[in-house]
Design a protein around this ligand. Structure first.
Ligand SMILES: [Zn+2]
Length: 177
């Protein structure tokens, strides 16, 4: 089950994705992101559709059973992509060469433009989680890109604040008492 649920206290949508609980713990001697195992082609950098997406362009019907006047649900429309930085199983981003890093940035831009071409996607979030402590099940270095069908409230506020600051005439440092 994957759906968006309305959080009535913060008045924002929250992703619920129980299908992600079924993610496999990889055997120690297998890595689906190393080209040598045949799951991915030879690559330098690669976009890979998330096998356990929290958001998808063909989302399942939300669970109407839990919805009422107070608890609203809607389909978890969007996109979840995995971005593979390097075929090397233990390489970290600071170890990438300048040319390799440029290929990675170009791939981020390309995927951003592909996601934004879907008019139902309103916000694209590239990020990286590292380490078991945050629930990463794949040791092979990778980042992700999520395309949301809504702009999270906090992001909308930050964007509005940045715009307000930009449009404000420059003043000397002000102290609010
Ligand atoms: Zn690997």
């Amino acid at each position: 089950m994957a759906e968006l649920r309305w959080h009535p206290l913060i008045q924002d949508w929250v992703m619920i994705a129980s299908n992600r609980q079924g993610r496999p713990q990889m055997p120690k001697d297998y890595c689906p992101f190393c080209p040598s195992f045949g799951n991915v082609p030879d690559y330098e950098v690669l976009e890979y559709d998330n096998d356990f997406p929290a958001l998808s362009q063909n989302p399942p019907e939300p669970d109407e059973g839990i919805a009422n006047d107070f608890f609203k649900v809607k389909p978890s429309y969007g996109k979840c992509e995995v971005i593979l930085y390097s075929p090397g199983h233990t390489v970290t981003m600071p170890e990438l060469s300048y040319d390799h890093m440029k290929k990675l940035v170009d791939l981020w831009c390309e995927r951003f433009n592909v996601m934004r071409s879907d008019e139902k996607i309103k916000y694209v979030f590239p990020f990286e989680n590292r380490g078991e402590v945050v629930g990463v099940t794949m040791p092979h270095p990778h980042g992700q890109m999520y395309g949301y069908s809504f702009i999270p409230k906090k992001l909308a506020l930050e964007t509005a604040s940045a715009k307000e600051y930009l449009e404000k005439p420059a003043t000397a440092c002000s102290v609010i008492r």
